[in-house]
Ligand binder design. Structure first.
Ligand SMILES: [Zn+2]
Length: 293
């Protein structure tokens, strides 16, 4: 068998763990994840050809407007402190909470979404402009120049995350920002829970990339890390979600009050560790285009 290659940097990988579809149980298959020896990205070795079948219909369910929720407002606050206005492209807006919040805040928003049902919801219920595409790099090429490109927990689902990052860098106007939120392969939860970690999400999560690896990939395109946070509201919520999740069988299972309490207690106990030294469950990285205008 040939050595697996990292989808971000092309470096050689070594098998680190195996996992099943614990979150949605669509298949009983076993999936292998390798760690890149060059950039420490954790990646799925054999990406299924038909990824679509691992996304249950309920994945995009919910037709409400979540734009006023504290989580979406926290995401908006991160973006606004770097670029308060301009054209904003969100890759994978899904149910559209953030995209709608950004539009309400004055950004000219375009979503790039692969799910047809989600596209309908974004257009018809939320009044947003959407490009229906499962090739974000190609879609971005037709959308520049933009002030902000945002990927909230999307990059880990892409077959070619490097191509999308490069396309985002090219689409940015000078001084524009790229915002990437994604699970952290250096997470304390991954070290302690291994294949039971909710954010491994086999086989939907194809690559979990360290922020440093993203920074190295983006540097040749003139992008610099402007902010890295794990302790923002969304990061804290994901920490708690991960601990709670380990106590129940799959994301489809209902959260019992006792499970929620135990999860919250675990999250509280782990918080001081998770907030230190880059071991949080997820991170949000903001990269700024440093080319002169
Ligand atoms: Zn790599």
């Amino acid at each position: 068998m040939s050595q697996p290659r990292c989808p971000l940097c092309g470096g050689p990988g070594r098998t680190r763990l195996t996992a099943r579809d614990r979150n949605h149980r669509i298949t009983a298959d076993v999936f292998r994840y390798a760690a890149c020896e060059r950039c420490a990205t954790l990646f799925l070795e054999d990406v299924p050809a038909d990824l679509g079948r691992f996304y249950p219909a309920a994945y995009y369910a919910g037709d409400g407007d979540e734009s006023r929720s504290p989580t979406e407002q926290a995401k908006l606050a991160i973006v606004r402190r770097h670029r308060p206005d301009g054209r904003l492209v969100e890759i994978g807006p899904g149910r559209g909470g953030f995209a709608r919040a950004a539009a309400d805040a004055g950004y000219a928003v375009t979503g790039v979404e692969m799910d047809a049902g989600a596209c309908r919801h974004l257009r018809e219920d939320l009044g947003l402009e959407v490009v229906h595409s499962d090739d974000p790099a190609a879609a971005l090429a037709g959308l520049g120049p933009v002030a902000v490109v945002a990927l909230w927990h999307v990059i880990e689902h892409l077959r070619d995350p490097g191509a999308t990052l490069e396309a985002a860098a090219r689409a940015l106007e000078p001084g524009g920002v790229l915002v990437v939120a994604t699970p952290n392969p250096a997470a304390l939860q991954l070290r302690l829970l291994g294949a039971r970690w909710v954010h491994l999400d086999a086989p939907r999560h194809l690559a979990l990339m360290p922020s440093q690896a993203l920074a190295e990939r983006l540097a040749p395109h003139g992008l610099e890390l402007a902010e890295l946070t794990e302790a923002d509201r969304t990061g804290r919520d994901w920490n708690a979600f991960g601990w709670q999740h380990v106590l129940r069988p799959g994301t489809a299972a209902p959260v019992r009050p006792l499970t929620a309490k135990a999860g919250a207690a675990l999250a509280l106990a782990a918080a001081p560790l998770e907030r230190r030294d880059g071991h949080g469950t997820t991170y949000t990285a903001v990269f700024r285009d440093t080319r002169a205008a």
